[in-house]
Design a protein around this ligand. Structure first.
Ligand SMILES: *Cc1c(COP(=O)(O)O)cnc(C)c1O
Length: 385
């Protein structure tokens, strides 16, 4: 069986319509192309999407999370509990502010932090918990905040993949339910601005001081005051979003619910079709079918590599030859050389170590068809036979 004449199916692809492209051209012609009115408009639209929460935008998700840690007062000597199955940005920013990432093992079903193990990892140095919502599936938010409140910890939610996901019927980041929540608008995310990110603040609890600090940190520590109209009183970076990116975000936000509906339909189709095959009997493990809370950022399976006698790379290459793109999200962070040098090892989190080697992201994006999914599944049947 050869699919070589059929178009390649990437594991993801952004959906950018012509109205978005014209709006970008309008901004480029307007005479103001960096941070300006479109960023403000986008921040307000995101705030509205999140039931009135205070939102500020940044150049990317990584900068957003670093500023979130700074705003929460995380620094040298502090420990931050997080998951080893994430994009390395999550723990890199913890190191970048001088704190220590403490990696806790994951739940094999959700592939997110195991909150029971989080409880056991809390020490007198623990300052914050940084959970990640892999593929858009949140952790149990009630339990997360019960732990944080009991131990007086800050929470920085790495919700990079979870815009539009929900808990208790409210969107992740919705006003009143969270501490600091960081989203990414990188090209592969459910809503993209090419690169970008935003942070949601808990102003009911902490007022607006942390919002003002984040605004300073994203632009050289600058405040508009003093005889020259500017003053610098903290060390900030250059992490502002541009109006060109923001206008893309405004258009994406209008389409987000439609994108989400399509993602859910495609995910449902994956479950239905895979369950008609013997892939699960062969040892393929499916994600949790959470159509209540997940935004279906990704559809990830766990490969039965041992019985198969193949490596994940071999599986990926064989699928690629059939015109099917796949991804690895993610290899375990503690196996990276930098982290090994710092004394970390995958051995301390055995479930994450196993999943990091065997997780595979299948194609899922709004412009995909169910016929594409049929091709992915028959490709898997061939390659895993
Ligand atoms: C995308 C992503 C980030 C980083 O976002 P960037 O915008 O690429 O800097 C962080 N954490 C997770 C889980 C992500 O998926």
């Amino acid at each position: 069986m050869s699919h070589s004449t059929l178009p390649f199916i990437p594991f993801t692809k952004p959906t950018i319509d012509e109205a978005t492209i014209s709006a970008v051209a309008d901004v480029l012609r307007s005479g103001w192309i960096t941070s300006g009115p479109k960023v403000l408009e986008f921040e307000n639209a995101l705030g509205e999407f999140l039931e009135g929460a205070a939102v500020r935008c940044f150049a990317n998700g990584t900068a957003t999370m670093k500023i979130a840690l700074q705003v929460a007062g995380v620094g040298a000597g502090d420990e931050v509990i997080t998951t080893p199955i994430s994009w390395v940005a999550t723990s890199n920013v913890i190191l970048a502010v001088g704190a220590k990432p403490v990696f806790v093992d994951i739940d094999p079903n959700t592939r997110n932090l195991d909150l029971n193990k989080v409880r056991k990892a809390i020490t007198s140095r623990t300052k914050a918990i940084m959970p990640v919502y892999l593929a858009g599936l949140p952790v149990n938010i009630d339990e997360l905040y019960a732990i944080a409140n009991q131990h007086r910890l800050r929470v920085i939610e790495d919700a990079a993949q979870a815009l539009g996901s929900t808990w208790n019927g409210k969107r992740i980041g919705a006003k009143g339910q969270h501490d600091l929540v960081s989203f990414s608008f990188q090209a592969n995310k459910n809503l993209t601005t090419i690169e970008g990110g935003c942070l949601v603040f808990n102003t009911e609890r902490y007022g607006t001081d942390q919002v003002k600090l984040a605004e300073k940190l994203r632009l050289q520590g600058l405040v508009r005051s003093g005889p020259d109209g500017m003053e610098v009183d903290v060390l900030g970076g250059k992490d502002n979003l541009t109006d060109v990116n923001a206008v893309i975000g405004l258009h994406q936000l209008q389409q987000l619910e439609q994108f989400q509906r399509k993602r859910a339909i495609l995910a449902k189709y994956y479950f239905d079709k895979i369950n008609q095959t013997n892939l699960v009997n062969k040892g393929v493990r499916l994600p949790i079918a959470d159509f209540e809370n997940s935004n279906w950022h990704m559809f990830q399976i766990i490969l039965p590599l041992q019985p198969l006698g193949k490596t994940r790379s071999q599986v990926m290459l064989a699928l690629k030859e059939l015109g099917i793109g796949t991804g690895v999200h993610y290899p375990i962070i503690t196996n990276f050389e930098l982290y090994r040098r710092l004394g970390y090892s995958p051995d301390s989190t055995p479930i994450a170590a196993e999943i990091g080697c065997s997780i595979l992201t299948l194609p899922l994006f709004p412009s995909m068809s169910t016929a594409d999914i049929d091709r992915v599944i028959s490709g898997l049947e061939v390659v895993l036979a």
